[in-house]
Design a protein around this ligand. Structure first.
Ligand code: 5GP
Ligand code: ZN
Length: 124
């Protein structure tokens, strides 16, 4: 069986192209380590994807040397929540990994969802 890592590491990655600016995106935040943009199929009034600039496939692909990247991802979530006015009202953050979680984009991304009352169920 081909692992998700092997399946995608040699293919063209849409999110890497957005980071590089060769594909358009609605950017909301960027620093040296992370990039964040509006989800094309927003599931709530605010739906942002925060991604590392390093091509990491999913949580299983994270290594010890990536810890600083996560500090930047979570700091970006704080800043974007403030910038987009949802820090006070609350928001949800989600990493999907693999088939049962319905992961469709194999470049690690943190979903940041808010701007309305979200459902109480985490599993849809
Ligand atoms: P996943 O299901 O892998 O956790 O989430 C992938 C997300 O990427 C989905 O919410 C989907 O709408 C979003 N997405 C897929 N392709 C594009 C794209 O080309 N542009 C943007 N902005 N979002 C995308
Ligand atoms: Zn990528």
């Amino acid at each position: 069986m081909i692992s998700p890592t092997d399946r995608f590491k040699n293919k063209e990655c849409i999110f890497c192209k957005m980071i590089a600016g060769t594909l358009p995106s609605e950017k909301v935040y960027e620093n040296e380590h992370v990039f964040a943009f509006r989800d094309i199929n927003a599931q709530s009034p605010v739906h942002v994807l925060i991604i590392p600039k390093k091509h990491i496939v999913d949580i299983l692909d994270v290594s010890g040397e990536d810890s600083e990247i996560f500090q930047h991802i979570f700091r970006a979530a704080q800043l974007i929540a403030g910038q987009l006015g949802i820090a006070g009202s609350g928001f949800r953050t989600v990493f999907n990994s693999g088939d049962n979680a319905c992961q469709t984009m194999y470049h690690l991304h943190l979903h940041l969802l808010g701007g309305t009352q979200l459902g109480g169920s985490l599993v849809g």
